[in-house]
Design a protein around this ligand. Sequence first.
Ligand SMILES: [Zn+2]
Length: 83
Amino acid sequence: MIRYRLVCSHDHEFDQWFDSMADYDTQKAAVALSCPECGDTAVSKSLMAPRLSGSGGTVGSSADPVPPCGGGGCGGGMCPALN
Ligand SMILES: [Zn+2]
């Protein structure tokens, strides 16, 4: 079984289970797919937007949380290494 997110021509999104990828093509060709909200048969597979988990998914996550310090102090009292 494979689940596709489908979207009709009115931008209604819904999930539909299929036996296989070919099953989707078969039902699509047979116009057996319809939107549960408006009954539109002009449905297509939705391009699922990449969804980041939100945990450590920030761009440039390799940056150090603390600015690198020269060891001997880099800015006087403002250097976090001197605390
Ligand atoms: Zn619809």
